[in-house]
Design a protein around this ligand. Structure first.
Ligand code: OMP
Length: 235
């Protein structure tokens, strides 16, 4: 296992998820639980994964009015997991409310990450659909600064933006980077992808890898490959 590599368990139910982690002997490895799995199984899947020693990033990307996010984060904090996230686009007050909700727990406080711009967003989409007339890079850095100033522990961002985010918010501000693919893999719906080696070179704190591991012919071997690439670039 590797503490910096979060495997995205984007499976339809608990049964398939738990078979996957067991068949590939992944007990104790960090995992990400997203909307697909959590909406189906709820806290049950979190308990089952915790029993197996997995650090957990619960990726529900909250984005709502501050009060709703505050109350939702109180509920999520009681799960005693490692990371949760919001969309940075929800703004300063919402991020503060998320942090306050998480702090209400008497147990371990999950770290708060803010999603800057999705790795499936490119410059064209930013301009033509989101109507943001800034570059993707400037938008991501500004969203990161706003998140940093209002209580986030870090951001979810593409590998390409890590350096600028760290320059703006400091090296201890966490960067969790999805959109990770091995060199030969398809991008699928992702627009801004990078290999584990590139993520490590750019000084990502954590990477999220889903389909390049879960859809691989040999998932165990694919996970080992990710670890190998990461360790080859030991800082
Ligand atoms: O917050 C996330 O985890 C996330 C943010 C983002 O910008 N892009 C992104 O792909 N993700 C998540 O990371 C995972 C990437 O999965 P793969 O593309 O299969 O590696 C998915 O579960 C996404 O929901």
């Amino acid at each position: 296992m590797h503490p910096s590599i979060y495997i995205a368990l984007d499976f339809p139910n608990a049964e398939q998820t738990l078979s996957f982690v067991e068949e590939n002997e992944l007990a104790g490895s960090p995992v990400k639980v997203g909307m697909q799995l959590f909406y189906k199984e709820g806290p049950y899947i979190i308990e089952k994964l915790k029993e197996r020693g997995h650090p957990i990033f619960l990726d529900l990307k909250l984005h709502d009015i501050p009060n709703t996010v505050h109350q939702a984060m109180k509920s999520l904090a009681s799960l005693e997991i490692d990371f949760v996230n919001v969309h940075a686009a929800g703004g300063a007050r919402m991020i503060e409310a998320a942090r306050e909700g998480l702090e209400s727990t008497s147990g371990k406080r999950p770290k708060l990450l803010a999603v800057t711009q999705l790795t499936s967003t490119d410059e064209m989409m930013l301009k033509n659909e989101l109507l943001i007339n800034e570059t993707l890079e400037n938008t991501i850095v500004r969203y990161a600064e706003n998140s940093y100033q209002h209580g986030a522990d870090g951001v979810v961002c593409p590998v390409h933006d890590i350096r600028k985010v760290k320059q703006a918010c400091g090296s201890s501000f966490i960067t969790m980077t999805p959109g990770i693919r091995f060199k030969q893999d398809e991008a699928n719906d992702q627009k801004r992808i990078a290999t584990p080696t590139e993520a490590r070179n750019e000084k990502a704190d954590y990477i999220v890898m889903g389909r390049s591991i879960t859809n691989a012919a040999d998932s165990k071997q694919a996970y080992q490959q990710a670890i190998k690439e990461w360790n080859a670039n030991e800082k």
